[in-house]
Design a protein around this ligand. Structure first.
Ligand SMILES: O=C(O)CCC(=O)C(=O)O
Length: 291
């Protein structure tokens, strides 16, 4: 059983929290975010979906397999607000099988720098104190995702390390994942491998091609993750799970009738080097900014 910390009155990372984080690779902070803040973010996302143009999106994703437009839609999402669908959201006729708000898999990846409500949520003092308390000298929110894990069609997220996608040298990435509604084994909560962050290094790197146009995975270590050691990380609404870039984690498909909305913020240390072959590149017009 992983320790759970009552974080309703959280101010700073305690020595006990730091010990647990270093040992397990993950920190469970119950009640870190108030129900009101969770609801405010959900309401704002509902408004953003209302303003989303499905037709424009359909044009980009109209052909089977990835094409240049799809790659660009994803690559630009590092400095935009982009909408990605659940794989099972479209029928064979190419039409949505669910109403739009129940068809989107996630929205990412720069809302924390583009939208006032998301910015206020992402830059709450508690998150800054977590990053500093866990050793970051100059925490920089890099990307964020609103993840829906929709009822019945919410897709599986296979076991991965966030350092695969967001690399710094040395490794400094921190993920702060917040349950915006109860996340249980039934509706696809996160799972993780306690201590797995120390089991060898990064398994793979997701890189931008040198010409900037497209991405590829590079295998760095063939050993599989020790998935037999994974544990469920159920998270009541308002709980935050904090994990580093080496922590192997995953979530299963959601076949239940309940959604599992979550918001995750990834923060790097500006004191570390950010290699140019990361997929996420910010243009000069939207530089990273601290808390
Ligand atoms: O919410 C999920 O199911 C996956 C989230 C995740 O892998 C992450 O935030 O790094």
């Amino acid at each position: 059983m992983l320790p759970r910390f009552d974080a309703r009155t959280f101010e700073t990372i305690t020595p006990e929290m730091k010990t647990a984080f270093e040992r397990d690779g993950v920190l469970v902070l119950d009640g870190l975010v108030s129900a009101e803040m969770c609801d405010r973010l959900r309401a704002r996302m509902a408004e953003m979906i209302d303003g989303f143009d499905v037709e424009e999106h359909r044009t980009i994703f109209s052909t089977t397999g990835r094409n240049h437009d799809q790659d660009a839609y994803f690559l630009e999402s590092g400095h935009e607000t982009r909408f990605f669908f659940e794989e099972e959201a479209f029928g064979e006729d190419g039409e949505l099988t669910k109403p739009l708000p129940l068809a989107i898999n996630k929205v990412g990846h720069a809302m924390h720098d583009l939208d006032e409500t998301f910015g206020a949520f992402a830059r709450q003092d508690a998150f800054k104190n977590i990053c500093e308390g866990l050793g970051q000298a100059n925490p920089l929110p890099l990307q964020s995702m609103y993840i829906f894990k929709q009822p019945q069609i919410g897709g599986e997220v296979v076991c991965h390390q966030d350092g695969t996608y967001l690399r710094t040298d040395p490794e400094t990435c921190l993920g702060i994942w917040v349950a915006l509604e109860d996340a249980t084994e039934e509706n696809g909560c996160l799972w993780g491998i306690p201590g797995g962050h120390k089991d060898g290094g990064l398994r793979s790197a997701f890189r931008r091609k040198p010409d900037g146009d497209g991405t590829y995975f590079e295998k760095l270590d063939d050993r599989p993750f020790a998935e037999d050691k994974k544990v469920a990380l159920p998270a009541p609404k308002g709980t935050a799970l904090v994990f580093g870039g080496m922590f192997p984690h995953m979530s299963s498909a959601n076949r239940s009738n309940k959604s599992r909305h979550a918001y995750t913020l990834h923060v790097i240390d500006g004191a570390a080097h950010y290699p140019a072959d990361n997929w996420l590149r910010r243009p000069d017009s939207l530089p990273l900014k601290g808390f």
